[in-house]
Ligand binder design. Structure first.
Ligand code: COA
Ligand code: AMP
Length: 639
């Protein structure tokens, strides 16, 4: 089939407002918008001002009203516990209204912030939708973050309620959430009034009288009362959620997503990019703590009337590298979305694809990869094993939905390995040099998106418009800075090569090396440190720390290294995957004192590197090379 992409993208470019007005017809509005776009509102303009709606209504009630209440909405599949549960749209609504009622009885209403710190259990999805139903603003915190990170998010959002569970389950260990939460609340200045705790069979939590409430009991009591909670009308421009993501400092950025534009964009993407029809099963094998989980485990599939899979497990080891194919065949998944690292893990354990061959994958149509660059080798392997299109697509927490992809729903375009293909309607992507001038096609530069950002993208950072302007809009006036470097080729295909800031992608998780440095620097023996991302065959990149100790330190360096690793695990969390650390005598710097992180990274990755002209003392690079080699990394290939 000839792709309709060019026509559709061209239509958007000619009349963006008409494009989004038509896309918005798929959504129920309680009050229509005054205008499609108001350039004079918000930081760079606002979508659908004046409109009133409710995201939960559009995810659940709208389909039920259309007679689809008995159709499957949520499939919970947990190889961690062996549990499988299936919920229809009507059943999800029953859970959500009861929980919404519990929250209202605790005094939570429109605009209040609610932290959701939960593993991949159905209650996590119900919690997000219950917040949306009553107009509360949720902020989901990934379970792999430790108390300090959780406290930062409680404080920044000034959350009044926390929805949590007694534990999460990682292969070989049970992660007790409650002690982490209790510690976070101790650390936080803003004290949530209540915590609703899902008590899991694997580990029960102690509840603090007066503050903590048993989630299941509270929900059951509301169900028994039969309370009906109507959807609270919210403005299209009101916040649906705040999702904190790594910024260039230890202070995470609270990405704010609105209700109206978000629904319009996600709904459009389900049909046109992912190519799924209502009633079909869509699976994003991610975590609700990440943007992928927000957009494509919860909101996108439910807005589009799909059944969504909530998978509590890993691509390998739960129990084996065939687990994805078991889920795809058992639940008739049409489209799967995951991170390339998951495929590298599967390939490592099952190089010939024997597991995939054991399952009936005849209904499976496409695999989408994002979260980090999809290396061509991994894509080619997946294509061979699965015999379906394998599509790299590119986006960020900030954008909320894909900037670039190969649109299955509009008809596939020819693919180029290493490229997430072309921009989606709404996004005009350009590449600029550091001075802000457009570079010729095929030239590496800063990837930027012309303002305004389309519906669904962040509207600002939580309570921090100025920080948003400064971080994302100031450097290239008239554009949003993606902080990704790459090229656009002669055919308009985008290639995303690297970050231009200190963010790294480790196993599909976004980490700030600056934030890890801040924690390392708090160790009493550390005088100075640098953390860089180094190449890793499985995780893409892992953080690697270089520590310079204070002059008077005589303790064993191995001990200090272990303590620093533990410190980062305790402060940021296991998700930081910070296990590679080495003590060095000095850090290489420019004459103005800037640490030469880029050169250190090249040395660590065994890439060719040039002696920086501004280096203060070139000998230090030899010292770094020697330490890296002693730790089994890097080869100096000076040119
Ligand atoms: N709660 C608590 N701890 C968690 C966690 C969670 N939700 N998620 C990860 N962790 C822990 C892991 O147990 C691990 O701990 P360890 O140091 O004790 O082993 C640590 O954080 C690092 O985790 P990770 O980097 O994910 O490595 P892994 O070895 O556990 O798994 C992969 C490797 C590739 C299998 C896994 O990272 C994966 O499936 N990645 C896909 C990521 C993804 O879906 N990203 C979303 C974008 S699409
Ligand atoms: P996150 O906000 O966690 O989704 O991470 C966003 C970042 O991940 C982007 O800015 C990119 O650096 C990287 N990323 C995501 N998808 C891709 C992709 N398909 N190709 C290259 N990099 C990607």
């Amino acid at each position: 089939m000839q792709s309709r992409y060019s026509d559709v993208y061209g239509f958007w470019k000619r009349d963006p407002e008409d494009f989004w007005r038509r896309a918005a017809e798929a959504i129920d509005w309680f009050r229509p918008a005054d205008r499609v776009f108001a350039p004079d509102q918000g930081v760079y303009g606002r979508w659908f001002p004046g409109a009133e709606t409710n995201t939960c209504h559009n995810c659940l009630d709208r389909h039920i009203d259309a007679g689809r209440g008995d159709e499957r909405a949520l499939i919970y599949d947990s190889p961690m516990t062996g549990a499988k549960k299936f919920y229809s749209y009507g059943e999800v609504l029953a859970e959500v209204t009861a929980l919404a009622s519990v929250m209202q009885s605790l005094g939570i209403g429109k605009g209040d912030r609610v932290i959701i710190y939960m593993p991949m259990i159905p209650e996590a999805v119900f919690s997000m939708l219950a917040c949306a139903r009553i107009g509360a603003v949720h902020s989901v915190v990934f379970g792999g973050f430790a108390a300090h990170e959780l406290a930062t998010r409680i404080d920044d959002s000034e959350a009044r309620l926390v929805l949590t569970a007694s534990c999460g389950l990682e292969p070989g260990r049970t992660v007790a959430y409650k002690p982490l939460l209790d510690h976070a609340i101790e650390l936080a200045t803003a004290k949530p009034m209540h915590c609703l705790v899902v008590q899991r069979d694997e580990l029960k939590a102690e509840l603090k009288p007066g503050r903590d409430i048993d989630f299941a009991k509270a929900v059951a009591a509301e169900k028994a009362k039969g309370t009906v909670v109507a959807c609270v009308p919210v403005k299209a421009t009101d916040p649906l959620y705040v999702l904190y993501t790594s910024g260039t400092t230890g202070q995470p950025k609270g990405v704010v997503r609105d209700n109206g534009g978000h629904m319009v964009a996600l709904h459009w993407s389900m049909r046109n990019l992912y190519g799924v029809k209502p009633g079909e099963v869509f699976w994003a094998a991610s975590d609700i703590g990440w943007v992928v989980g927000h957009s494509y485990i919860v909101y996108g599939p439910l807005l589009a009337g799909n059944a969504t899979v909530l998978f509590e497990g890993k691509p390998v080891g739960t129990p084996d590298a065939g687990t994805f194919w078991r889920v795809v065949s058992e639940h008739n998944v049409k489209v799967l979305f995951t991170a390339p690292t998951a495929f590298r893990a599967i390939r490592r354990d099952d190089p010939t694809g024997e597991h995939a061959a054991k399952y009936d994958l005849s209904g499976f149509r496409a695999l989408f990869l994002a979260g980090e660059r999809a290396d061509p080798e991994t894509i080619k392997w997946a294509e061979k094993v699965l015999n379906v299109p394998v599509i790299d697509h590119w986006w960020q927490t900030e954008t909320g939905w894909p900037v670039a992809g190969n649109p299955v729903g509009l008809g596939l375009l020819p693919m180029k390995y290493g490229s997430p293909t072309v921009p989606m309607p709404g996004y005009e992507v350009e590449v600029l040099d550091d001075a802000g001038h457009p570079v010729p096609a095929g030239t590496l530069g800063n990837i930027v998106i012309k303002l305004p950002l389309p519906p669904g993208c962040l509207v600002s950072f939580w309570n921090a418009d100025e920080r948003f302007r400064h971080a994302c809009l100031e450097e290239f006036p008239g554009y949003y800075k993606t902080a990704d470097a790459g090229i656009v080729d002669d055919d308009g295909y985008i290639f995303v090569m690297a970050r231009t800031d200190d963010i790294i992608n480790c196993a599909g998780h976004r980490l700030s090396t600056g934030a890890i440095e801040e924690v390392c620097a708090t160790h009493p023996d550390v005088a100075e440190c640098a953390v860089i991302g180094i190449a890793d065959a499985l995780k893409g990149q892992i953080p690697c720390g270089f520590l310079v100790l204070k002059n008077n330190v005589s303790r064993e360096t191995a001990l200090i290294e272990t303590e620093v690793v533990t410190l980062v695990r305790d402060e940021i969390g296991p998700v930081a995957a910070f296990k590679t650390v080495m003590v060095v005598q000095r850090l290489p710097k420019t004459r103005s004192g800037k640490i030469l992180r880029g050169t250190m990274q090249k040395i660590a990755d065994g890439m060719p590197w040039k002696m920086p002209a501004t280096i203060d003392d070139p000998v230090i690079l030899d010292e770094i090379t020697a330490v890296l080699r002693a730790h089994g990394h890097g080869q100096a290939l000076a040119s």
